[in-house]
Design a protein around this ligand. Structure first.
Ligand SMILES: NC(=O)c1ccc[n+]([C@@H]2O[C@H](COP(=O)([O-])OP(=O)(O)OC[C@H]3O[C@@H](n4cnc5c(N)ncnc54)[C@H](OP(=O)(O)O)[C@@H]3O)[C@@H](O)[C@H]2O)c1
Length: 244
């Protein structure tokens, strides 16, 4: 953990991070805990969630986790209930969990694979947001993890690209609907970072040429924290971060 004298930007906040078992979500969980937040983590792999939780605990952080499929409403409800029974209310939600699907043209997608990608990347975000909303303390900040292919069409990104276009729409619609409740909703594109998903998308790439997830997290902390008060309904790039 940071030295006690260092200013922690998320002190006294409770943050949910989805897809926290590995990659970007794992790095966000560790950083938010180091910034003083109590973190509630979910993903499907319980062993990996346990290992990141132990890491956070060993550094003096506050953490709970529950094996959860974000596309399953009952599991989402149980996870949110477990989080709120441990800490009163929630302040931050990072909808990070995602799957890539196959790198094919849209017309070549099977219905089964289309539905799988949409279930996690779109329905999962809808369900988690819907069920966290009643538990926000005095307002809140939601970060939806997007992608460049959800802003500009690129061939062979299939259902993944469509799911991220939908995520941008969900971000803007929730931002308008929740403005009066002081809940802010923004999307953030991490850009290329060295993770399993990136390797799946670009198997020939040398991941040493990429930024590590830990290196791009300042904008995530800023958007989650009260420093970004008033900013909502916007799309950001973590590796070229500019406040509009
Ligand atoms: N890496 C990049 O270059 C890049 C670029 C642009 C956008 N992104 C976005 O960044 C986010 C994180 O990606 P990543 O690169 O860190 O990918 P990753 O290494 O594949 O990690 C994905 C995470 O999502 C979780 N997840 C997948 N399906 C889930 C489900 N049904 N329920 C709950 N959790 C689930 C995975 O955990 P389990 O398997 O344990 O469930 C894992 O923790 C994604 O939204 C991705 O689209 C990444």
């Amino acid at each position: 953990m940071k030295d006690e004298n260092t200013f922690m930007k998320l002190k006294n906040k409770v943050a949910i991070v989805t897809g926290a078992s590995r990659g970007l979500g794992r790095a966000i969980a560790k950083r938010f805990a180091a910034e003083g937040a109590a973190v509630c983590l979910c993903a499907r792999n319980g062993d990996l969630l346990r290992s990141v939780s132990l890491e956070i605990l060993s550094r003096g952080g506050k953490v709970m986790f529950e094996q959860t499929d974000v596309a399953d409403e009952q599991q989402v409800l149980e996870f949110v209930a477990a989080c709120t029974s441990m800490w009163n209310g929630i302040d931050i939600l990072v909808n990070n969990a995602g799957v890539l699907g196959s790198r094919n043209a849209l017309a070549d997608y099977s219905l089964a694979e289309w539905q799988k990608v949409m279930a996690v990347n779109v329905t999962g975000v809808f369900l988690m947001t819907k069920h966290v909303l009643p538990h926000f303390n005095n307002g809140g900040s939601i970060l939806n993890v997007s992608s460049s292919v959800g802003r500009t069409p690129k061939v062979n990104w299939g259902a993944y690209a469509v799911s991220k276009f939908a995520l941008e729409g969900i971000t803007r619609l929730f931002a308008e609907e929740l403005r009066s409740q002081n809940v802010r909703v923004n999307s953030i594109n991490p850009g290329g970072v060295a993770t399993e998903m990136r390797h799946q998308a670009f198997p020939q790439e040398d991941q040493n040429t990429l930024r590590k997830p830990e290196e791009i997290l300042d904008p995530f902390v800023f958007l989650a924290s009260d420093e970004s008060r008033g900013i909502t309904g916007q799309s950001f790039d973590a590796q070229n971060f500019k406040v509009k």
